[in-house]
Design a protein around this ligand. Structure first.
Ligand SMILES: [Zn+2]
Length: 80
């Protein structure tokens, strides 16, 4: 099933927030993003998304983008 079309710029912004909050971390060997399963970090990333502006996106869109990035990741690097 094809993934639904998403705004890749917004998703990259959301991934940056998640990294900043340390909710996700890249595999040191392959660079794939992995979930860290830290509720505290995810809460922090969501609050960053809530308060940080991003080119015309409203709060709901910004939070949905963070959740969409989280949904697309697992705690395993696909190449490890
Ligand atoms: Zn890896």
């Amino acid at each position: 099933m094809p993934r639904k079309k998403t705004d890749s710029t917004l998703e990259m912004w959301a991934a940056d927030l998640l990294m900043e909050a340390q909710a996700i971390t890249p595999c040191p060997e392959h660079g794939y993003m992995r979930l860290r399963h830290s509720h505290h970090a995810v809460d922090y990333a969501l609050s960053l998304a809530e308060h940080r502006k991003f080119s015309g996106k409203n709060k709901k869109e910004r939070i949905a983008a963070v959740e969409s990035v989280l949904d697309g990741l697992s705690d395993q690097c696909p190449a490890c």
